[in-house]
Design a protein around this ligand. Structure first.
Ligand code: 4NP
Length: 155
């Protein structure tokens, strides 16, 4: 199972989602892979935001080596599930889809907790450390649920 986490800058939310998911893949010995991508070229090749690195480190996860990249059309073929953080990301991904059915593997990440609600993981970029703490907890809960689903699918 190949999972792609998507946000706007690929320096805050989706790198955190990638880091937490990778930790759970290890913890539960799942045969899955995870990557992340964004739509804001300004941050391409950048490390995650220092505030994202800091909150993740507090929870024992090092994401400092991850680098921002843009979402590519080939990601629809390379990944089995694509999780977006908000409606802007959803529409950005949709604008890249070229074949019917490609959007079938795309969903809001919080829909794993609140099916069909299309709730957003709020963008913490312009806020303070508390925003990053909130994002951590939302993504920890969502990725735990994804890990549980994968465990059941693999057994
Ligand atoms: P992210 O946060 O989408 O969670 O990585 C953002 C980072 C940078 C920008 C926007 C959102 N930006 O406009 O530069």
């Amino acid at each position: 199972m190949k999972i792609l986490m998507v946000c706007l800058g690929n320096i805050c939310r989706s790198p955190m989602a990638e880091g937490i998911m990778r930790e759970k893949i290890k913890k539960y010995k799942l045969s899955a892979e995870v990557d992340s991508a964004g739509f804001e070229a300004f941050h391409t090749d950048d490390a995650p935001d220092s505030r994202a690195i800091k909150i993740m480190k507090k929870h024992g996860i090092d994401i400092s080596a991850q680098r921002s990249r843009l979402f590519r059309k080939t990601d629809f073929e390379l990944f089995d599930r694509i999780f977006v953080m908000d409606s802007g990301n959803y529409n950005d991904v949709k604008s890249m889809a070229q074949k019917p059915g490609q959007m079938g593997k795309v969903d809001y990440i919080l829909n794993v907790l609140y099916p069909g609600s299309n709730k957003a993981v709020p963008d913490p970029y312009y806020g303070g450390d508390d925003g990053f703490a909130k994002v951590y907890h939302l993504l920890d809960a969502a990725t735990e649920q994804i890990a549980n689903q994968l465990k059941n699918e693999e057994n």
